[in-house]
Design a protein around this ligand. Structure first.
Ligand code: 5GP
Length: 188
């Protein structure tokens, strides 16, 4: 693997990591965003190629067969998500690369990149806070919401496996802490 600076933000769904990822991108113009591939349908405010590369299951499986994915997971039933090698390898020439991916994926990236990757776990202040946030977001039907909460429970138990944990109680301080940790890592 090339000597890349990889920053991975991971968290249970609803912990606010995508909001933090957007804020990091705004604050650090040199940061490159790894646009993941997924088979889930786009939400109303999402753009193909910017938020995700939205693929059919067949297209996704073809990319797996071609060896195009650095890691991938069936994050929810029938919903595949993965990091494209080309995103990380091409973009790392231009600057550090930010990945916003699930916990298993983050651990796999850490295995591949070791000290060249900083893996930050964004934790909600409590499980109850997470439930409220997901309900308020209203993007999931009850079954999908239950799936996400079940998965979140298991992911919260793994918080110790990461380079650092940032508790997202209040957004601004959480963004500041994330930025501080990223800058320290890039200078080290
Ligand atoms: P959402 O459907 O809310 O956009 O994302 C669901 C979960 O999939 C989130 O935890 C998100 O970070 C994760 N995810 C997004 N892209 C990837 C990826 O490339 N690989 C993995 N392993 N997880 C991803």
């Amino acid at each position: 693997m090339p000597n890349a600076n990889i920053i991975v933000l991971t968290a249970p769904s609803g912990a606010g990591k995508t909001t933090i990822a957007h804020r990091v991108m705004d604050a650090m113009p040199e940061m490159q965003f790894s646009v993941s591939a997924t088979t889930r349908p786009p939400r109303d405010d999402e753009t193909d190629g910017e938020d995700y590369h939205f693929l059919s299951v067949d297209e996704f499986e073809q990319r797996i067969d071609n060896g195009d994915l650095l890691e991938y997971e069936e994050v929810y039933p029938d919903r595949l998500y993965g990091t494209l090698r080309s995103e990380v390898e091409t973009k790392s020439d231009a600057g550090p690369v930010l990945l916003d991916i699930d916990v298993e994926g983050a651990l796999n990236v850490k295995k591949i990149y070791g000290d060249d990757a900083l893996v930050l776990f964004i934790a909600p202040p409590s499980k109850e806070a997470l439930r409220r946030r997901l309900q308020k977001r209203g993007t999931e039907d009850p079954e999908a919401l239950a799936d996400r909460l079940g998965r979140a429970d298991r992911e919260l138990d793994r918080a110790d496996d990461f380079d650092a944990v940032v508790v997202n109680d209040d957004l601004d301080p959480a963004v500041e802490e994330t930025l501080t940790r990223i800058r320290q890592f890039l200078q080290s």
